[in-house]
Write a protein that binds this ligand. Structure first.
Ligand SMILES: NC(=O)c1ccc[n+]([C@@H]2O[C@H](COP(=O)([O-])OP(=O)(O)OC[C@H]3O[C@@H](n4cnc5c(N)ncnc54)[C@H](O)[C@@H]3O)[C@@H](O)[C@H]2O)c1
Length: 356
């Protein structure tokens, strides 16, 4: 069977998440190149996952020019997504791009337009859509057994990004809403095929106005209300004020039932440790006392399913499912920028692109 040849660009946190996915489908995908300006990270990543026949690069322009691959997987800081994507698309490669698609709507639109013009595909890495627990919730919802969904509340929150790039809007594109809220927003838009009708939002505002992170240019608290074309409403929330580990929570309220999913804190394993464990769940500050260590965390957060889906699509030459295409990354970023506008100007925004 033909294997998809993948060039990984970036060898840090998200490259690790994706690599776990590739390492489980070695019959379908081969890592043929890894690029990071820090070559120690390249070597460490390859060693961790047993990637052997790959070329190492410390410069993405050289990597994209020289590496004989089918797909470029972009695991770089947000502000580099656009430039790396355009180079890869022009070189005739499909791309996987981490969230957010870009730091500005203009850059994201340029990526989508360039891919369309060159007949290439963008696979937008929204892992929430492949988290098995969220998929189970959606399957129950779609079965109709709870009646019509009326209201969904979704949030991703933790105590602050590990990335120095997250401190500045120029590098990140915003604060916690673009960094974390991108997941619940993308998830809700996918569920409703991007047919949102109106939104209104508040954020902490950034810098001195923030609740905790006053050196951070972007906001550390943000929430938005959305209404969709079919009348369903949603609250999406993101913050950097949540301690104890990353919260990924989904609450779905229907006419005849409800569903509650706690993706990151629920699990079958309970541990009490006096000295503390080396790891429990993503972003947990301490690991002493009672904890619920994640079981196969990368799989359960959706990264493995997402990579498997993208590799299968790229091998077959097809688009990803709704929510995971370049256009979905673009719509998610547009909505996030409208959330920022609503919060900044105190205005309620309607989607004038939705035909009456
Ligand atoms: N889906 C998720 O849950 C999730 C989680 C974490 C990060 N991300 C996304 O993944 C992307 C990468 O974030 P991250 O946390 O992995 O790491 P990061 O942003 O800290 O950096 C990624 C890597 O890029 C390398 N790099 C930076 N500039 C470079 C250049 N010019 N040339 C070559 N290498 C360069 C760095 O050395 C680093 O190893 C971001 O877009 C982020 O939003 C997604």
């Amino acid at each position: 069977m033909r294997k998809l040849r993948v060039l990984l660009v970036g060898a840090a946190f998200s490259a690790d998440l994706h690599s776990d996915g590739y390492s489980r489908i070695r019959d379908k995908a081969a890592i043929v190149g890894i690029c990071d300006k820090d070559l120690d990270r390249v070597r460490a990543l390859a060693k961790r996952y047993g990637f052997e026949d790959y070329a190492a690069y410390d410069d993405y322009e050289t990597a994209i020019r020289d590496c004989d691959c089918d797909l470029v997987d972009i695991c770089m800081p947000n502000f580099l997504h656009h430039d790396v994507a355009i180079l890869a698309l022009q070189r005739g490669r499909d791309i996987i791009c981490e969230k957010p698609l870009a730091t500005t709507v203009e850059d994201a639109r340029d990526m989508v337009d360039t891919a369309a013009r060159l007949d290439r595909r963008i696979y937008y890495a929204e892992d929430w859509l492949f988290a098995p627990a969220f998929r189970k919730a959606l399957a129950i919802l779609r079965s109709g057994q709870l009646g019509r969904p009326l209201y969904i509340r979704a949030r991703e929150c933790h105590s602050g990004s590990h990335s120095p790039f997250a401190q500045s809007i120029r590098y990140c594109g915003g604060g916690c809403m673009v960094h974390l809220g991108v997941h619940p927003v993308g998830f809700m838009l996918a569920l409703k095929e991007n047919r949102w009708r109106e939104l209104t939002a508040m954020t902490s505002g950034g810098r001195a106005k923030n609740l905790i992170h006053r050196a951070m240019e972007g906001e550390d608290w943000a929430g938005a209300f959305l209404r969709f074309e079919d009348g369903m409403t949603a609250t999406v929330e993101a913050n950097y004020t949540t301690v104890g580990g990353m919260e990924d929570v989904l609450d779905i309220y229907c006419e005849q039932g409800c569903i509650h999913v706690d993706l990151s804190f629920s699990g079958p394993v309970k541990v009490f440790s006096i000295p503390g464990l080396d790891y429990t769940v993503e972003k947990a500050e301490i690991t002493t006392g009672w904890s619920t260590p994640a079981v196969d965390e990368k799989y359960n957060l959706g990264y493995c399913g997402e990579i498997d889906h993208f590799v299968s699509c790229a091998l077959a030459g097809t688009d990803a499912q709704v929510g995971l295409r370049g256009v979905d990354g673009l719509e998610t970023l547009k909505v996030i920028h409208l959330i920022y506008r609503s919060a900044r100007e105190g205005v309620h925004i309607t989607n004038d692109r939705l035909e009456a």
